[in-house]
Design a protein around this ligand. Structure first.
Ligand SMILES: *[C@@H]1O[C@H](CO)[C@@H](O)[C@H](O)[C@H]1NC(C)=O
Ligand SMILES: *[C@@H]1O[C@H](CO)[C@@H](O)[C@H](O)[C@H]1NC(C)=O
Ligand SMILES: *[C@@H]1O[C@H](CO)[C@@H](O)[C@H](O)[C@H]1NC(C)=O
Length: 543
């Protein structure tokens, strides 16, 4: 048998060796250059190998905050009290901390805009505090000074070419509406929210083109009206969440229709809602019962709102069945899940121009029959957990699982077929002054890379990404003990100085390139030169 050496000669062998070496070099940076992988935990090369490339042109790069978490100025210029002022001021948050001052963005908003600008962001998502604009929640109390604050913030953003994305309700309900009506369990809030939304559309609509009615209503309903750990601290797990959600969905629908009727033709903006869910991973993907359980979990969290809004004006069948059957078994004469009238279904269906998704983590789901008393979680018949070996963060509920986001994006896309804005994604660290936040860089790199895979490889229509959060802020009942910021805020200093963390520079790099540049800059150019030379060498000796 003739050896390769005899057949092709020495030069060709050298050429081939160079070629092999070159291919190895091409492969190498992909394997070792990615400092944003979680190699000790997730190391499935088919799934976790980074992808290099760009997002589609026009991809929105943003960061997000919310009013109560950053503004402070809790009673400034006529602002009314919100249910979160009440909770925090009564000592309901870690160490008795409050959002009374928070990041003092009420006074320092121009600095915030500069932080966004320095990162090259194209969008900034913030929320309007309802009681700042309407201290008692009604039109009669309209507060011009409150509106002026948001007008100034929007103008400052536009001056720097940053598009404002406005959330109308990020959890800070006027306390008066809680006192008089019992909050979201009362149908009267549908009209009241519509009045508030209408004023915001009217006053800011010429400048704001992306509107989000509600942020994470699942959290409002379950934590606020189910287990009562968030404002307004109502502990009614079998009924409260369903009643609150029913009002919120109708409120969203009415506000959306108001925009269509009064402002769409003139301003041409888009209106939708931001929903949150973990990705539900079936414990055993070959077990249909666990696969169904995982889907059920996501239907009960995101689908609860998304199904009526993006599909047919009504709850997912699986929710109707689960809650209906459980209610019957509990001896009730009707389901604890309220029913929409035909007229309501009509005006709720199709009231979302995009899907706003807040996503942080993944949860393992398995089917488990849960009888007992009326309870929204038991209604799901799902047991959930996160494996101990998954990476940790500064929040015990938040384990980084980057590939879960890609799967969640595919699930949302298949279910609802809408363009998706990831309106929040990010990670916390404990309360330490850490500017070299490598864990946050790893998280953003790994997660955003999975977004790129969903976009480029899976064809999911992702329109933009918003990092949570622009800066450390008031993390609800955890106070200032968990830091999610791309910028460090010193809450001991009355000036609340902001300092860039390394993650901000890392994120700015992704924004500037509009994606992921091959690691080891220049490696591509060098190796492709080798590749061309090696090929020429082989061809030369073969001929
Ligand atoms: C809603 O609020 C009004 C005004 O306080 C009250 O009369 C009514 O009973 C409430 N409805 C429900 C269902 O709580
Ligand atoms: C629950 O109710 C629905 C219809 O009301 C029915 O089709 C379904 O089989 C029942 N059982 C379960 C476990 O969902
Ligand atoms: C940040 O920390 C990592 C790991 O501790 C280190 O390798 C890196 O050089 C640090 N970066 C800066 C800018 O100090």
């Amino acid at each position: 048998m003739m050896s390769l050496f005899e057949r092709f000669g020495c030069g060709a062998m050298v050429g081939m060796l160079v070629l092999v070496f070159t291919l190895f070099c091409c492969w190498l940076p992909v394997q070792v250059g990615a400092d944003f992988a979680y190699p000790d935990v997730f190391n499935d090369p088919d799934r976790d190998t980074p992808l290099y490339g760009k997002f589609p042109d026009g991809f929105a790069w943003g960061s997000a905050t919310s009013a109560y978490q950053v503004e402070g100025g809790w009673d400034a210029d006529g602002k009314g009290k919100s249910i979160w002022d009440t909770l925090a001021q009564a000592g309901g948050c870690a160490y008795g901390q409050t959002g009374n001052v928070a990041c003092d963005s009420y006074n320092k908003y121009a600095q915030d805009v500069q932080l966004a600008k320095a990162m090259g962001l194209t969008h900034y998502r913030f929320s309007i505090s309802w009681p700042r604009v309407m201290p008692d929640g009604t039109l009669a109390s309209l507060n011009e000074a409150g509106l002026a604050y948001y007008e100034a913030l929007v103008d400052e953003l536009l001056k720097e070419n940053i598009e404002p994305v406005v959330t109308l309700y990020h959890w800070d309900l006027p306390q008066v509406l809680q006192d008089v009506y019992g909050g979201w369990e009362n149908d009267s809030l549908v009209e009241l929210f519509n009045d508030y939304a209408d004023v915001c559309f009217e006053r800011l609509g010429s400048k704001v083109k992306l509107w989000i009615t509600f942020n994470e209503p699942y959290v409002v309903c379950w934590l606020g009206y189910g287990i009562g750990v968030f404002a307004p601290n109502i502990n009614d797990p079998g009924y409260g969440p369903y009643r609150a959600a029913h009002t919120i969905i109708k409120s969203h629908g009415m506000a959306y229709n108001t925009y269509q009727q009064k402002y769409k033709a003139q301003y041409g903006g888009q209106v939708s809602i931001t929903l949150s869910t973990d990705f539900g991973l079936p414990e055993d993907e070959n077990n249909p019962a666990h696969v169904a359980a995982a889907d059920r979990y996501m239907q009960f969290t995101a689908g609860w709102f998304a199904h009526p809004i993006f599909k047919n004006g009504d709850y997912p069948d699986v929710m109707k069945w689960q809650v209906g059957n459980k209610s019957l078994a509990q001896g009730l004469s009707e389901s604890r899940l309220p029913v929409f009238t035909e007229e309501e279904k009509q005006y709720i269906a199709g009231t979302g121009d995009f899907f706003g998704l807040n996503a942080y983590t993944t949860t393992v789901c398995k089917d488990n029959f849960r009888p007992t008393d009326p309870n929204y979680e038991d209604d799901q018949d799902v047991d959930r957990y996160q494996p101990d070996n998954w990476p940790k963060s500064g929040s015990d509920w938040l384990r980084p699982v980057p590939w879960g986001l890609r799967r969640l994006l595919n699930w949302v896309s298949q279910e609802y077929g809408k363009p998706i804005y990831i309106t929040e994604n990010g990670v916390s660290t404990a309360d330490v002054a850490e500017l070299n936040d490598t864990s946050r860089q790893t998280y953003y790199g790994a997660y955003i890379n999975e977004v790129l895979k969903a976009s480029v490889l899976d064809g999911v229509d992702v329109s933009g990404y918003f990092a949570w959060s622009l800066m450390d802020n008031f993390e609800w009942t955890s106070g200032y003990t968990q830091r999610f910021g791309l910028h460090y805020v010193d809450f001991e200093d009355p000036d609340r100085p902001r300092t860039q963390k390394d993650s901000a520079a890392f994120y700015a790099g992704l924004v500037a390139y509009n994606g992921f540049e091959e690691a080891g800059n220049g490696a591509v150019a060098v190796t492709s030169t080798y590749f061309v030379l090696a090929t020429l060498l082989i061809v030369y000796f073969l001929l």
